[in-house]
Design a protein around this ligand. Structure first.
Ligand code: PEP
Ligand code: MG
Length: 556
């Protein structure tokens, strides 16, 4: 079968004929003008807005639950006085009612799209309200779903508005596919609430021909066109088994025989907390604080930093939160922290702890803000430095942490020199955290930013596993916080190498937790030994999997 991929945002598998949501109401012609009666034109818009808002509320009432909240919010937007003032101004200037509505909404769309993130994903909602008001004004049918579609169908759209999805249910829709949207778009929120599989951000989705039979896997993000009966049965069965396995893998991370391995999230700031909590992170294994410092002319004030740190710490009461001090330089240059001289190879230049030694005040400010935030937090605050290569750098950083009153100070192991002599570093620090992204970059002398060299970033390379083994056996707790952790099979191997915690992008957590729960510590160790005995990444992967048979239950 032909396949398309997007982001799986609501788990499970769905199968049925594609139903393409009709095109939006056409744009009213630019420059169209009304006949001169401003009052009548404004009244027409007000009446149309009121009918649309009332209809949205009525749909909400019929749907109840999350959908009702969403639709009530939609009705509020429709009646927004700022929007109506904007429409009024345009009508005053002679613009026809439907064109005025179109232009006023477009201004808001542009603002939201520019802000991006959660607000950016509200653009589809605004477009739907706009089209409904214009449909009212022009006497066109409302956009949305027809009654007569064959059910259950797979609803395919550019993006979906809450009004489209509110009255749908599992009996009507087998799955959703949208070309736009993200994990926090309404399609995703409502699909999850309804228990309907959904794939968003699926490029080319709207080119699927109406009525084509499609198979949607909302966990892996795969969309199959014209699948065979066997493919449908296998995908649905595998999805059911996998979703049960994922749903039952909850609680603190551990191997099948109870060896605890903390499951932590990598975050860039407070905006990543919701996902970390949703996917059951026990804490934070890597808080990349540089996101607080980017796009600025100077470091954020200690007060601003303290506020951000507090927000993170309060989200994980009692749990570990590992904060990495600023990792500037290299691929993250900051104008106010320039390197000493022009660097032909920034990845090999004054980066991480090296630049902090040139500008110690910036780091001291960070440590003090963190120490203040930590005072009344119950989270176990740990702080670490990036790019440490020598015992002298490690001792300097640990000394600064102690002076700021921070109890747990560690270093990232991401330079081969540090991994090879981990035994010299361990007595100086409280913990290690291995950054496999940079460790691979520096082990292979292959810039991680260069697309042509991505093969060197494969974390299954046996030499990388050797370096991890050296760090993990040096006698201090040793986590991994590079991308390697989000591969469930490799996560088991890392545990087999002696790694004590795993930190990753939040969506990978359920998979890694479930994979680990299916294997004993001995199986993980055997997989690690087998992988290290090979000489290529591919062979290491195959050899390890022979000891990790529980992965098949997860369809991995
Ligand atoms: C790493 O290098 O693996 C790491 C986790 O740090 P970053 O990706 O931020 O460099
Ligand atoms: Mg790094």
């Amino acid at each position: 079968m032909e396949r398309m991929t997007g982001a799986g945002v609501s788990p499970g598998a769905g199968y049925g004929p594609a139903y393409l949501l009709g095109a939006a109401v056409p744009e009213p012609a630019a420059g169209s003008r009304h006949g001169g009666d401003v009052v009548a034109e404004v009244a027409r818009v007000e009446a149309a807005v009121e009918r649309v808002a009332a209809e949205l509320e009525a749909r909400g009432e019929a749907a109840g639950g999350d959908a009702q909240d969403v639709l009530v919010a939609q009705a509020l937007i429709a009646r927004d006085p700022v929007l109506s003032a904007e429409v009024g101004e345009l009508i005053n200037a002679g613009t026809a009612a439907e064109r005025a509505v179109y232009e006023a909404f477009m201004r808001y769309n542009d603002i939201l799209a520019e802000i991006g993130g959660y607000l950016g994903q509200r653009v589809a909602d605004l477009e739907d309200i706009r089209d409904r008001v214009i449909a009212e004004l022009t006497g066109r049918p409302m956009p949305g779903l027809p009654e007569e579609a064959e059910k259950p169908y797979v609803l395919v759209a550019h993006d979906l508005a809450p009004a489209d999805t509110a009255l749908l249910s599992k009996d009507i829709v087998a799955a959703f596919i949208t070309e736009q949207g993200g994990p926090t778009s309404h399609t995703a929120i409502l699909a999850r609430a309804m228990g309907v599989p959904a794939v968003v951000a699926c490029a080319g989705a709207t080119s699927i021909v109406n009525g084509t039979l499609v198979l949607v896997d909302g966990t892996t993000g795969t969309v199959g066109l014209l699948p065979s009966e066997d493919e449908v049965a296998m995908t649905i069965q595998a999805a059911e088994a996998r979703d049960t396995a994922l749903a039952t893998a909850t609680g603190p991370g551990a191997t099948a025989d109870g060896w605890p391995v903390a499951m932590l999230a990598n975050i860039g700031g407070p905006r990543d907390l919701a996902a970390a909590l949703e996917y059951g992170a026990e804490g934070v294994g890597l808080y990349r604080t540089e996101f607080l410092f980017l796009d600025r002319d100077q470091a954020p004030s200690e007060e601003e930093q303290e506020q951000a740190y507090r927000e993170i710490l309060s989200s994980f009461p009692g749990g570990p939160v590992v904060v990495r001090v600023l990792d500037a330089g290299g691929d993250k240059p900051l104008g106010f922290l320039p390197p000493t001289e022009n660097e032909p190879n920034p990845a090999l230049g004054e980066r991480g702890v090296r630049i902090l030694r040139i500008f110690p005040d910036v780091m001291v400010g960070q440590l003090q803000a963190l120490a203040r935030a930590a005072q009344d937090a119950s989270a176990q605050v740990q702080v670490m430095a990036p790019m440490v290569a020598t015992p002298e750098e490690a001792a300097w950083f640990v000394g600064a942490c102690r002076a700021a009153g921070l109890r747990s100070a560690g270093i990232m192991i991401e330079v081969p020199a540090a991994a090879l002599r981990a035994g010299d570093l361990a007595p100086i620090v409280d913990f290690f955290s291995i950054g496999t992204n940079d460790l691979a970059q520096y082990a292979f002398a292959a810039d991680r930013e260069v697309g042509a060299l991505t093969a060197f970033q494969d974390p299954w390379q046996p030499v990388l596993l050797d370096l991890v083994a050296m760090a993990a056996s040096a006698g201090v707790p040793c986590g991994v916080c590079g991308e390697a952790c989000s591969d469930p099979a490799l996560a088991c191997v890392l545990v087999g190498l002696g790694v004590t915690s795993l930190s990753m992008g939040a969506p990978a957590l359920p998979w890694v937790r479930a994979a680990l729960a299916r294997h004993t510590l001995d199986q993980c160790r055997a997989a690690a030994v087998a992988a290290r005995a090979e000489s290529t990444a591919e062979a290491a992967r195959t050899a390890a999997r022979a000891h990790l048979l529980g992965l098949a239950e997860l369809g991995l």
